[in-house]
Design a protein around this ligand. Structure first.
Ligand code: TRP
Length: 345
C-alpha cells in the first residue's frame, strides 16, 4: 500500500517504473448509481488524471454488475454510465488513451470469476469488513450471493487486464487483499500469469458530506461535479457547523467545521491550518462563503467542459463502445491463457 507521490507531469515516477515486461497499467472503477461528487474527485479522480499524465495506461471499469449487490434493480443504469463517462472526461481523463468499459459488455472478464471463486474460501469472503458494512446498510431483506462474492468479481476486473496499480479509497483495501490472494494462488496452483496489484491511496484526508457524515449521493449531502454554482452555494449554506465562532482545523472534535476548512484547502492547494487561521474570527458564515467561492472557482473549468461535452451524448456512447471493444480484446487473450494454464478447452 502506498500513496501517489506528487510528481510533475511527464516525469518518471519511480513507483510506477515499467517492469521487465514493460507493463504498467492501472485499473479502477465506479458503480453507475449516480453522478460523481467532490469526495470522488479529491479521493481518486484527480489521481487518475495525474497518473495518466505520467503515461501510465488507465483502465476504468463502470461496474454495472456491482449495482445489483445491494438493490433489486439497476435503475437508469445506461444513463448513469454515460454520465460517469461525462464526469471522467470533464475531469481530464483522455478517452483516446484510457479504456473506459462496462462489466456487462465484457463476457470473458465475467467468466474469469468462476475459476477465481475456487481460489478463495467462504471464511475469507465472510470476513470482508466492507461487505459487512454494506450488508448492514443495505435496504434488501436478504443478502444475495452476489453481495457476498462481488469482491471476487472485482478481482476479475483487475486481473483480466493484469493491472498492477489501483487508485482507490480505504474501503476498497479488503477487496484488493482478496484479489492479491487469488492472483497468488492461481500463480502457485497453475502457471504464473497474474501480478499482485498494489493500492495507491490518495494523500488527501477523507472529505465528508455537508452533514459531516460519509459523503454519498443517496444521503443528499454530496456536492456533485455537475452541480451549478447556485446549488453549490445552497448546499454549503446548509452545511453542519458548531457554536464556536472561532474557526479552527480539528477534524476529531470539530468534524463539520474542519471538513469545510479541508474543502477550501483542497480547492486552493493550501494547508488546512493556514486556511483556518485566515478565517479565524470570521465565523461559520464567512467559512461557508469562502468554501462556496473556492469550490465554484476550482470547478469552473471542469463544469464548463462538462456542459460542452454533455451536449453530445453520442460521443459518450462512442467512448464506451471503443472502450468495451478494447477491454474485450484484452479479456479474450487472458481467458485463453487461463484455459491453457488450467488445461481446459
Ligand atoms: N467497488 C468499487 C466501488 O464501489 C467499484 C469497483 C469495481 C472497483 N471494480 C473495481 C474499484 C476495480 C477498483 C478496482 O466504488
Amino acid at each position: 500500500m502506498t500513496t501517489v507521490p506528487d510528481i510533475a507531469p511527464g516525469t518518471a515516477n519511480p513507483l510506477i517504473a515499467p517492469t521487465a515486461e514493460g507493463h504498467r497499467r492501472i485499473l479502477t472503477g465506479d458503480r453507475p448509481t449516480g453522478p460523481l461528487h467532490l469526495g470522488h474527485y479529491f479521493g481518486t479522480l484527480q489521481n487518475r488524471v495525474q497518473l495518466q499524465l505520467q503515461d501510465i495506461e488507465l483502465m476504468i471499469v463502470i461496474a454495472d454488475y456491482q449495482v445489483i449487490t445491494d438493490r433489486d434493480r439497476a435503475d437508469r443504469v445506461a444513463e448513469h454510465a454515460e454520465n460517469l463517462v461525462l464526469d471522467y472526461l470533464a475531469a481530464g481523463v483522455d478517452p483516446d488513451r484510457a479504456t473506459i468499459f462496462t462489466h456487462s459488455a465484457v463476457p470473458a472478464l465475467n467468466q474469469l470469476m468462476l475459476p477465481f471463486l475456487s481460489l478463495i474460501s467462504v471464511a475469507e469472503l465472510s470476513r470482508n469488513p466492507t461487505v459487512k458494512d454494506e450488508i448492514t446498510h443495505s435496504r434488501q431483506a436478504a443478502v444475495s450471493g452476489l453481495m457476498f462474492t462481488y469482491p471476487v468479481h472485482q478481482a476479475a476486473d483487475l486481473l483480466f487486464c493484469k493491472a498492477d496499480l489501483v487508485p482507490v479509497g480505504q474501503d476498497q483495501l479488503p477487496h484488493l487483499e482478496i484479489t492479491r490472494t487469488i492472483a497468488r494462488r492461481f500463480n502457485d496452483r497453475y502457471t504464473p500469469l497474474f501480478p499482485e496489484p498494489q493500492a495507491l491511496l490518495s494523500e488527501a484526508p477523507l472529505l465528508l458530506g455537508t452533514d459531516a457524515g460519509k459523503m454519498s449521493k443517496s444521503r443528499g449531502n454530496a456536492i456533485t461535479l455537475g452541480a451549478d454554482e447556485d446549488e453549490t452555494a445552497r448546499l454549503l449554506r446548509g452545511a453542519v457547523t458548531d457554536n464556536d465562532r472561532h474557526i479552527s482545523y480539528d477534524p476529531e472534535t470539530r468534524p463539520g467545521v474542519s471538513n469545510l476548512v479541508l474543502l477550501i484547502a483542497l480547492c486552493q492547494g493550501r494547508d488546512p491550518h493556514a486556511v483556518a487561521e485566515e478565517i479565524g474570527p470570521g465565523g461559520a458564515a464567512r467559512l461557508k462563503r469562502t468554501a462556496t467561492e473556492a469550490v465554484n472557482e476550482h470547478l469552473r473549468p471542469l463544469r464548463a467542459r462538462r456542459t460542452e461535452l454533455a451536449a453530445d451524448r453520442s460521443l459518450l456512447r462512442e467512448v464506451l463502445h471503443t472502450g468495451n471493444a478494447r477491454a474485450n480484446a484484452i479479456a479474450d487473450r487472458t481467458l485463453a491463457e487461463v484455459r491453457t494454464a488450467m488445461g481446459t478447452f
